[in-house]
Design a protein around this ligand. Structure first.
Ligand SMILES: Cc1cc2nc3c(=O)[nH]c(=O)nc-3n(C[C@H](O)[C@H](O)[C@H](O)COP(=O)(O)O)c2cc1C
Length: 166
């Protein structure tokens, strides 16, 4: 699958809106992810207003890419729906990667901004976006049309692979 090998984090975006149908494709890809017991305990907030993107870009020192993205997709884990709440972060990780891969496939640039489990970050996001207590504010994914050239390095390292025993 070429999107896996083409994907890399893009943090600068052109001033061009991503159409709604492409954002919907990213959300469809997200919800196609595997989850423990097929619990699908995820929810999403799509953020597109400039003032909101700016506020989120200031929530931590590595969140700057949010300012110039076309859209932010905030990924949430809803613990009330989860049959296996201890697995919810793994589900959300798979979900995030699906969004990044679909973004690559659509010709977009994207980056995953880390929030959970850093409490200072999750509290800010929760308060700003009115996220209820039963939802984990997992991450923010910035998407937009790339303003920088692609620069992908292959990372395969056979020394990290063990066969049969460590
Ligand atoms: C859990 C997680 C948290 C991350 N948090 C940030 C972040 O806050 N800001 C940022 O610019 N990139 C963030 N990234 C992106 C990583 O820096 C990036 O994936 C890594 O440097 C590898 O580069 P690549 O994505 O281009 O392959 C995060 C990635 C993950 C998986």
């Amino acid at each position: 699958m070429s999107s896996i090998f083409e994907r890399h984090s893009i943090r600068k975006y052109r001033d061009e809106k991503v159409p709604d149908e492409i954002i919907e494709n990213l959300l469809k890809a997200a919800m196609q992810a595997p989850s423990a017991g097929n619990q699908q305990a995820w929810e999403f907030i799509v953020v597109s207003k400039d003032e909101d993107k700016l506020a989120i870009s200031k929530m931590h020192q590595f969140a700057k890419p949010a300012e110039n993205a076309s859209h932010l997709i905030v990924t949430l884990g809803n613990e009330s729906w989860a049959r296996f709440p201890m697995m919810i972060e793994q589900d959300l990780g798979a979900c995030n990667e699906n969004i990044l891969l679909q973004a690559t496939h659509e010709g977009l640039g994207a980056v995953w901004l880390g929030f959970y489990p850093i409490e200072d970050r999750t509290l800010k996001l929760k308060e700003y976006l009115n996220i209820p207590d039963n939802c984990i504010p997992f991450s923010v994914i910035c998407v937009g049309y790339p303003a920088v050239e692609s620069d992908v390095k292959l990372r395969y390292d056979e020394s990290k692979v063990h066969f049969d025993r460590y």
